[in-house]
Ligand binder design. Structure first.
Ligand code: SF4
Length: 222
């Protein structure tokens, strides 16, 4: 278990490495962020950023999305994978935003979770990036992996449990930026395939690193 001071050191070290804790998806309107996040499931942000300019040009308003043929939407997002389900969600989501929320992406968790294709990860991201809601935690694959390695969580892979555990220890005003920084950090330093601990600023507080050091020492004694 980390002390509050250790948590703050980790938060600050990541902030120093990545001063801008921003989402890497490109968007202008609130629903464009929502749709881009839906497209990013099982896909990279880089790929999503390649398809959304043409998509948002062809369907420039929520109304045009609501009236769109999902098959045509699918042609624009084909390369993101799972395009049939994603295009159906985008069109149905546009319809619900217009019919139930006056064309605005809602800010309450309960409302967000009603929208087609929206789960807690997306809902937290919208609350953090659109509404600046404090305390949100986007428990994506980077967040789950790195939080476990650091020892900020008990190592669970369950997103809801990771979200709950991080909500209790992160300063609420820092949590959204922290999660965005973990994405950048997870692509560059603490990747799924390999940990570049030799160039990691979080080493002093990392359980995984301490564990590997101990293992090396144990090996040397044998
Ligand atoms: S010290 Fe290694 S395992 Fe720990 S966060 Fe850094 S890169 Fe990941």
């Amino acid at each position: 278990m980390k002390t509050q001071q250790e948590v703050l050191y980790i938060v600050d070290a990541l902030k120093e490495k990545y001063p801008h804790g921003l989402c890497s998806l490109q968007y202008e309107k609130d629903y464009e962020l929502l749709f881009a996040v839906r497209l990013s499931a099982q896909c990279t942000d880089e790929r999503v950023n390649k398809v959304t300019p043409a998509l948002f040009e062809r369907f420039p308003t929520l109304e045009s999305f609501a009236e769109a043929d999902p098959e045509e939407v699918g042609q624009y997002i084909h390369s993101c994978g799972f395009f049939r389900g994603k295009s159906r969600d985008l069109v149905n989501c546009a319809k619900m935003l217009l019919s139930d929320y006056g064309g605005k992406v809602p800010g309450e968790m309960e409302d967000l979770l009603r929208l087609p294709g929206v789960g807690r990860k997306t809902a937290n991201l919208i609350q953090g990036d659109v509404y600046n809601t404090p305390g949100v935690v986007v428990a994506d694959t980077h967040c789950i992996r790195i939080s476990g390695r650091l020892g900020l969580t008990d190592g669970t892979k369950d997103p809801v449990s990771v979200e709950r555990q991080l909500r209790t220890i992160l300063p609420p005003e820092e949590s959204n930026g922290f999660c965005h920084r973990l994405v950048l950090f997870g692509r560059e330093v603490c990747t799924a395939r390999r940990t570049y601990c030799d160039k990691c600023p979080l080493r002093p507080w990392c359980d995984h690193f301490r564990g590997s050091e101990t293992a090396q020492e144990d090996g040397a004694d044998e």
